[in-house]
Design a binder for this molecule. Structure first.
Ligand code: C2E
Ligand code: MG
Ligand code: MG
Ligand code: MG
Length: 288
């Protein structure tokens, strides 16, 4: 039998309980202390301008340095954080940490931060962002929030109002994982997104599959007509970049230019010796 604990998490007492469920429960328990114990890490991945092939910004991607399990990827703990509501506190940490770091970058690159639909249910989201902007001193125009269709699916009127408040602060809003949901085209009309991120699944078979090429080409053309920037996710091969450039895609992100890496990789600190610059490292990786 299962009983709901005072914390609102399902505690299971079945002896033959499913191993995956047990693991989720263990992760949920540990995740509760992850922020306080300093176990969360923000990685960065470059966002690259197609025309110049230069890095204009970075996406912050969360990792959990678990004391026994090692580096846990977000796909394994974000869903748990969402179910337990822990994403609200974790998300605040992400916003504050990312702003504080990016505010120091001498090149003034942009910082993109993923927001969960669950965070939109919290009255804290807007004040957290307002305070984090003020405390870090980062220029709002350098900040972009990435949301998924999930934000527009539930409680959409209140969420769209909140997106408008964010726009009023001067930050940018991107629609992430475009093409993976149900009524994608409809969502383009619900809010004036600054950017559309085309999901990796369309990019991965862009060269080999006629249908993907048709979809990607049409999405880029549509976004351009609506005055929205386009970014293709998961670009791993130069051939894909060439095709995307031909289609008029403005930005790309992917292993061709750099994987998600710890902050120091792209923004080395000076620690007694002169560290190699970020650009040297990126261009070396590009031809690995
Ligand atoms: P996303 O926002 O769509 O992020 C892009 C994902 O694609 C990242 O996975 C990135 O490492 C991966 N990726 C980028 N380029 C390539 C490539 O060329 N090839 C391949 N195979 N993969 C590539 P990651 O870091 O595992 O993050 C997964 C998802 O977790 C993110 O998808 C996002 O939805 C979520 N996430 C990450 N950080 C946060 C966060 O701080 N808050 C919230 N709410 N969600 C986050
Ligand atoms: Mg994203
Ligand atoms: Mg994405
Ligand atoms: Mg994704």
């Amino acid at each position: 039998a299962a009983k709901r604990s005072e914390r609102g998490i399902w505690e299971m007492f079945e002896p033959g309980m499913d191993a995956a469920l047990h693991e989720r429960h263990a992760l949920a328990r540990d995740l509760r202390h992850a922020v306080a114990r300093g176990e969360l890490r923000l990685f960065l991945q470059p966002l690259v301008d197609v025309a110049s092939e230069g890095t204009t910004g970075y996406e912050a991607l969360l990792r959990w340095q678990h004391p026994e399990r090692g580096l846990v990827p977000p796909d394994r703990f974000i869903p748990i954080a969402e179910e337990t509501g822990l994403i609200v506190g974790i998300g605040e940490w992400v916003i504050r940490t990312a702003f504080a770091e990016a505010a120091q970058w001498p090149g003034g690159e942009t910082i993109s931060i993923n927001l969960s639909p669950v965070q939109f249910g919290s009255a804290n989201l807007l004040p957290t962002i307002v305070h984090a902007l003020a405390d870090s001193g980062i220029e709002p125009g350098r900040v972009e929030f990435e949301i998924t269709e999930g934000v527009l699916l539930h409680n959409s009127e209140a969420n769209i109002a909140l997106l408008n408040r964010l726009h009023d602060l001067g930050v940018k809003i991107a629609l992430d994982d475009f093409g993976t949901g149900y009524a994608s085209l409809n969502y383009l009309l619900t809010f004036p997104f600054d950017k559309i991120k085309i999901d990796r699944r369309f990019v991965s078979d862009l060269i080999t599959r006629e249908e993907s090429r048709a979809i990607v080409g049409a999405v880029i053309a549509l976004a351009n007509q609506l005055g929205m920037c386009t970014l293709a996710e998961g670009v791993e091969e130069r051939e894909q970049l060439v095709q995307l450039r031909r289609d008029g895609c403005r930005m790309v992100q992917g292993w061709l230019f750099g994987k998600a890496q710890p902050f120091e990789h792209y923004h080395p600190r000076i620690q007694g010796i002169v560290a190699p610059t970020a650009t040297t490292r990126i261009s070396r990786r590009r031809y690995d």
